[in-house]
Ligand binder design. Structure first.
Ligand code: GLN
Ligand code: ZN
Length: 758
């Protein structure tokens, strides 16, 4: 049996590519130096895979920014505004990725979107009416030759034509259908060129096949691949899918002459069933995705070997592969010094997964694998009782009743009550929570972490910051104040560190977009709250002002979605455990006099299943109640807010209303405001703060601009329901622009209030 890897992390074990790229952006190194760093990284990554004995190693899985953007460039899908800058190829590429402001012009970056159900973001290619799609790039072949000259035969990987056509934005009159023929011919040219280079295998990544497909989609798929398979001749095409199963198109796919088909047996719930029911062609190779590319737990060898055995019994030629690209897991365990070897023995990052592939391959080829050490060690690990259970948590959860998910009285009654008690002006002004994390704030935290200052000094500094922040908010006249979140860096890290059951890594970075990486905590065991987390900060902040101080928490779904989950209990159980911990915090805040509490759910949409038919049963049916569980115990006059960092929830709008928050804030300034029409159509009950300006750029919005935005909003949202706020937290901004922007925001709200009174 052979082994394959769909794709390997490219940022480097210690984020070398990130640091080199950022130096290049700051003009501290030359393009050649950046290219050189990249070359060394590619060599390291290929060598690592080669020495682990991987048979099918990818090339062109490297990227300076994003593989979708690479594919756009490969096919000359470059909007005119970027070409017009007249920059070098590399800088045009980065201008599309990050925007450009300088001597050659001023353009924004292309849009970015979440890559299926991951926290990776891809660049959305833009196709203009006069875009001429054709093969033009060379990167794929350069990388192939580069690997070959190092003695490594690779399979180039490219995003497939179907997924590309599905994910592009068509900015003019034309639509997807108008580009099918040019796209097919461009991919045809790609295949021809691969044949000229005598490349034996080429991998087309088609994750879009795991989403719901209608007739038109299926016809599109056929049109593309019937044509491409006809001209493949000597290059063998691997149709690679991941993040789910391909139930809609499976029976078609297995009748087409692909040399290889890659299927996900981890996230693809139906994959095995499909193979059993419809069979698999004898002369096609199955790239069986059995080593999880998304999570960090060790593979359970016994389970995997059973599947491999079953596939062999069916006479299927199997290549053992990863379930998706290893891009979504950290690089290596080697740099983790703080976690005990007991903990580490359960984990497997990208490099360790290579070892797993190798061991599994050896075991699969061995008659009596039960006797092998690798198998036995793995069995022992899984037989051992992991120290992760907490009886009290399980018991408490078992006592939760249906009533605990319901807040009483009804929202309409609460809203009336809150108006009386809170006595806020019309169109109340507020912010989302964080204030700029200025250098001094970061320095204070890092000094504390490195034990250079005492806890007392750390707290004293933050209290001083809070006092300044509160005084300033009062001075400019905001209505509902915040304490500024100076004690937090990343919100999930902050809550994870304060809750029992989480583990933290030191260097386990995963690329989120471009040069940005995140370090998700690991949910190791049952989650519980040891003691109040935010109460002291909030109570202190409230003591400084007669205005309302908003308590600030992160919700259970977001904490879960931004962590590596357990595999031994259900998502539902984990999320409910976190919900109970947050519930305790909510009740403690209330008990201590905090009457407005915001529970952020920035990542609620992230793990919404890729198939619509799974949305309710496999997600919304428990995540929405979990949110309700966090706040159902508060008094009617306590006002619950939530916040989301996007506005694409028209398709789940009823679920959002069902969270039963009193107020929701979200991003509207960058979106098309379609969401606002949708609110009225659905009799959306929750009060709404549709962010009036974009905090993602330093630009200061004028009073007139905000007034205009508010007028539009008032035409779509009842005036008693409208809040005025920026579209997200201010932590990434600097102080001067924040002050100006918020002053303008308050002035705009006042102006509108006056107009309404007239
Ligand atoms: N309260 C958080 C903040 O203001 C919310 C951040 C977020 O939604 N990503 O920073
Ligand atoms: Zn946000």
């Amino acid at each position: 049996m052979e082994t394959a890897v769909i794709g390997f992390p490219r940022i480097g074990t210690l984020r070398e590519l990130k640091f080199a790229s950022e130096k290049y952006f700051r003009k501290e190194i030359t393009p050649e130096e950046l290219l050189q760093t990249a070359k060394i990284l590619r060599k390291t990554h290929w060598d690592t895979q080669k020495s682990a004995g991987i048979d099918y190693i990818s090339c062109n899985d490297f990227s300076y920014y994003d593989m979708m953007l690479d594919t756009a460039v490969l096919f000359s899908i470059i909007p005119k505004r970027y070409k017009a800058l007249g920059l070098s190829e590399l800088d045009t590429y980065f201008a599309m990725a990050r925007g450009y402001q300088g001597a050659s012009g001023d353009v924004k970056a292309l849009a970015m979107k979440k890559w299926f159900n991951t926290n990776y973001h891809y660049i959305v290619p833009e196709v203009e009416d006069d875009t001429c799609i054709r093969l033009s790039g060379n990167k794929l072949w350069e990388e192939y030759v580069e690997a070959k000259s190092l003695g490594i035969e690779t399979k180039p990987v490219v995003i497939g034509a179907y997924t590309l056509l599905k994910l592009c934005r068509y900015t003019g009159e034309n639509c997807c259908a108008d580009y099918i023929d040019p796209v097919i011919s461009a991919y045809g040219d790609l295949l021809k060129k691969c044949q000229e280079y005598k490349i034996p295998w080429i991998q087309f990544d088609e994750p879009a096949l795991v989403q719901d497909m209608d007739r038109e989609d299926m016809a599109l798929f056929h049109k593309i691949y019937d044509a491409l398979l006809a001209c493949a001749s000597n290059s063998r095409i691997l149709l690679q899918t991941y993040f789910g199963d391909i139930r809609d198109i499976y029976t078609d796919v297995i009748q087409m002459p692909f040399a290889g088909i890659g299927l996900d047996l981890i996230e693809g719930k139906e994959t095995y069933h499909l193979i059993e029911k419809y069979g698999f062609p004898r002369d096609t190779m199955l790239f069986a995705g059995l080593v999880n590319g998304k999570n960090i737990w060790k593979n359970h060898y016994d389970k995997t070997l059973r599947v491999l055995e079953a596939l062999r019994e069916k006479g299927i030629q199997t290549v053992l592969s990863t379930s998706c690209s290893l891009l979504h897991v950290p690089y290596t365990l080697k740099h983790e010094r703080a976690l005990s070897s007991e903990y580490l023995s359960y984990f497997s990052f990208a490099q360790e997964k290579l070892t797993e592939l190798g061991e599994l391959k050896d075991l699969a080829e061995c008659e009596a694998y039960h006797l092998e050490a690798a198998y036995q060690n793995n069995q022992q690990l899984f037989a051992k009782k992991r120290d992760c259970e907490k009886k009290e948590v399980k018991q408490r959860l078992s006592l939760v009743t249906a009533d605990d998910y319901v807040r009483l009285p009804s929202r309409i009654q609460r809203q009336e009550r809150q108006k009386k008690v809170l006595m806020l002006p019309e169109l109340p002004t507020t912010t989302i929570g964080s204030f700029p994390q200025t250098k001094d704030v970061k320095a204070n935290r890092s000094a504390y972490r490195q034990r250079k200052i005492s806890e007392k000094e750390y707290v004293a500094f933050n209290r001083e910051k809070i006092a300044q922040c509160v005084a300033w908010q009062e001075e400019i006249g905001l209505d509902v104040l915040v304490h500024g979140e100076y004690e937090r860096n990343d919100m999930v890290e902050y809550f994870g560190e304060s809750l029992g059951g989480f583990l933290f890594t030191e260097k386990a970075w995963v690329q989120s977009y471009g040069t940005r990486c995140v370090k998700p905590p690991v949910i190791w065991g049952d989650i519980y709250r040891e003691k109040p987390i935010t109460v002291e900060w909030s109570v202190y902040a409230q003591s400084l002002t007669k205005k309302w101080m908003k308590g600030m928490l992160t919700g259970p779904v977001t904490i879960f979605n931004w962590s590596f989950p357990r595999e031994d209990i259900s998502i539902k159980e984990s999320i409910l455990q976190i919900a109970l911990a947050i519930r305790d915090e909510v009740l403690d805040l209330e008990k201590n006099g905090i009457q407005i509490i915001q529970i952020d759910e920035a990542a609620l949409r992230e793990k919404l299943p890729l198939r619509k038919s799974d949305w309710q049963k496999e997600y919304l049916d428990f995540v929405i109640p979990a949110f309700r569980l966090t706040h159902s115990g508060v008094k009617p006059e306590t006002q619950i807010h939530t916040h989301m960092c996007y506005s694409e929830f028209t398709d789940i709008i009823s679920a959002i209303d069902d969270m039963d928050a009193d107020v929701i804030t979200f991003e509207a300034s960058r979106s098309d405001l379609q969401i606002l029409d949708c609110l009225r159509e659905h009799d959306f009950e929750t009060e709404v703060g549709a962010g009036v300006y974009d905090i993602h750029a330093p630009r200061v919005p004028s009073v007139e601009e905000i007034v205009a935005a508010l007028r539009v909003m008032l035409s779509k949202i009842d005036q008693e329901k409208l809040w005025v706020n920026p579209d997200c937290g201010l932590k990434t901004r600097a102080m001067p622009e924040t002050e100006e922007s918020l002053k303008n925001l308050v002035a705009a709200a006042k102006q509108i209030r006056n107009e309404l009174r007239e």
